[in-house]
Design a protein around this ligand. Structure first.
Ligand SMILES: CC(C)(COP(=O)(O)OP(=O)(O)OC[C@H]1O[C@@H](n2cnc3c(N)ncnc32)[C@H](O)[C@@H]1OP(=O)(O)O)[C@@H](O)C(=O)NCCC(=O)NCCS
Length: 175
């Protein structure tokens, strides 16, 4: 039997495993990305984090996403010009239209292969429909022990965020 047009439209998944949203990005630090000490600029790291996390969120929901907030951003160690930055991101938790993505960056010394953790952050993305309005996303299925630990931690951060947003009337700090 020939497939009809309706048969060809795949239903949107209602849930996805964490592996579907995993993203790994590698980047070498160049002089243009560094401060006078030869360390990568924080703003450059934040840009890369946002890109990596956005790709992860899009892989999870297969929709357009926008960054709604960034929290727990930490710079643990500097990264030097000539070193590699390895960014890893995946969706920890998804609510109705929002997703929390965790990003971890390690620096790698390319001549020795030595690696160290340099920064991490949690970014919340919201999926938008064709009219630019928040639209539902699939739930996250945590499979491994790490997935489950991150899922629970993300759910608790989400509750904190909602409490904060409610307390602040969803206004940015200072308003
Ligand atoms: C993010 C944005 C789409 C939310 O729109 P909104 O009209 O407030 O939508 P809603 O109140 O219906 O909230 C939609 C979801 O976003 C979440 N959300 C809204 N603001 C948030 C924030 N500051 N932090 C975390 N989540 C947030 C809500 O909790 C809700 O999640 P849920 O559906 O999973 O429960 C809107 O504020 C926006 O467009 N912001 C600008 C985004 C942007 O331009 N980013 C680029 C960097 S500046």
């Amino acid at each position: 039997m020939a497939p009809s047009a309706t048969n060809l439209i795949k239903p949107e998944p209602t849930e996805r495993p964490v592996t579907d949203s995993q993203v790994v990005m590698n980047e070498m630090v160049l002089p243009n990305d560094a401060n006078v000490l030869g360390n990568v600029l924080g703003g450059h790291v934040m840009h890369l984090m946002d890109m990596c996390a956005a790709m992860s969120a899009m892989r999870h929901c297969r929709k357009v996403v926008v960054t709604a907030s960034v929290d727990h951003l930490s710079f643990v160690h500097p990264v030097k010009v000539g070193e590699l930055m390895i960014l890893k991101a995946s969706v920890n938790y998804a609510d109705h239209t929002s997703m929390e993505v965790g990003v971890r960056i390690e620096a790698e010394q390319p001549l020795t292969g030595e690696k160290r953790h340099t920064s991490s952050a949690y970014l919340t993305f919201v999926a938008l429909d064709e009219r630019g309005r928040p639209t539902p996303v699939p739930k996250v299925v945590p499979v491994t022990e790490d997935d489950k630990r991150r899922f629970e931690a993300a759910r608790s951060r989400r509750e904190d965020r909602l409490r904060r947003m409610k307390g602040e009337g969803n206004q940015p700090p200072g308003e």
